[in-house]
Write a protein that binds this ligand. Structure first.
Ligand code: ES4
Ligand code: ZN
Length: 324
């Protein structure tokens, strides 16, 4: 089964590029940029990755991103992830980046997007991997900050397919970003948003109504509202589920208790994704294997996750034909 999963063509739709920063690269970049990090070794960094909820992870994750300074740093980060995609037979990936994590520290928007897109272009020509870029607003920051970030993105509209919303869900409901999402849609961006990860099913409902999203990132708490589950199934609203992330952040106690297979069998367009693989202990193949080890799944069901991801993706129609 593991061999089948390894070889299965995959499409990733929920991946934070800052969440692919492996401790070894963190150390290398800290040295290159003369930044002091409060750890003695890459292993000490790994040992510190014990999370009890989303916020305890985010605190460490934003700290890790401080070593990213130059365009080359963002290139190296992205390229390392794309090489992992090749290993895992990921043919297409849609990547989140959080410009505010960097612009807040005085790193230019152009530096961030320049390094990332140079790696994506190289992956297209050298590895045959296609991609899209999704710019996320940090929901713990205010609406005005999101509007400023949207303005910064305007010159790069051709490089960014969609805007998204991530960071702390509790205390920062979707309505806080209704106006900036409307402005983003008017400017031609598609929209996605994290919802129903730690927050209630109501957040998923409101995210669909108020933010006009094409996909829900996570969405696993939909099961608390049976009518919502039925609506998600009927509309084929995609959920980009991240199994290992959900265990690490204690959304579910064990993978046996994870509801992804229940959602698949209820006819929802659920997909498997890695979220922040350097922090959560696994890339795409690892996530598929973890689900398959905890739940009896047929090869056809495993392949359905990829078919769902193709359906849910922002791949252009010619490439979509080629992948299906
Ligand atoms: C995230 Cl797992 C998760 N949830 C919300 N925001 C995030 N940013 C990076 N990973
Ligand atoms: Zn996420």
């Amino acid at each position: 089964m593991n061999e089948f999963i390894q070889g299965l063509p995959k499409v990733e739709l929920h991946l934070h590029i800052e969440g692919t920063l492996e401790p070894e690269l963190m150390f290398e970049l800290a040295e290159r940029n003369n930044i002091v990090i409060p750890f003695a070794s890459p292993q000490a960094v790994r040992d510190a990755y014990q999370f009890h909820n989303l916020q305890s992870f985010l605190d460490i994750y934003y700290q890790g991103a401080n070593v990213l300074i130059t365009e080359q740093d963002f290139f190296d980060l992205t390229w390392a992830y794309l090489l992992r995609c090749k290993q895992d037979n990921v043919l297409h990936t849609e990547i989140f980046f959080d410009p505010q994590t960097h612009t807040e520290r005085g790193i230019a928007f152009d530096t961030v997007i320049g390094g990332i897109t140079r790696a994506l272009e190289q992956a297209n020509t050298q590895l045959g991997i296609t991609s899209q870029l999704i710019m996320c607003f940090l929901r713990h920051l205010d609406e005005d900050d999101a509007f400023k970030t949207l303005a910064l993105a305007m010159p790069y509209k051709d490089k960014i397919i969609a805007v998204g919303l991530d960071s702390s869900e509790l205390g920062h409901p979707p309505e806080k970003f209704a106006r900036v999402f409307r402005a983003a849609k008017e400017a031609g961006f598609l929209t996605v948003s994290h919802a129903g990860e730690e927050g209630p099913a109501q957040n998923i409902h409101d995210t669909i109504e108020l933010l006009g999203v094409s996909r829900i990132d996570h969405g696993v708490r939909c099961v608390e509202d049976k009518a919502l589950v039925q609506q998600l199934a009927e509309s084929r609203m995609p959920l980009t589920v991240c199994p290992l992330s959900n265990i690490k952040l204690k959304v579910f106690d064990t993978m046996r208790q994870h509801n992804i297979v229940e959602l698949l069998e209820a006819g929802l367009c659920v997909t498997i994704n890695s979220d922040d693989p350097a922090y959560f202990g696994g890339y795409m193949t690892d996530n598929f294997v973890a689900v398959a080890n905890a739940h009896p799944l047929t090869p056809a069901q495993l392949a359905q996750f990829t078919l769902n991801a193709i359906e849910a993706s922002f791949i252009d129609s010619a490439r979509k034909e080629a992948l299906t």
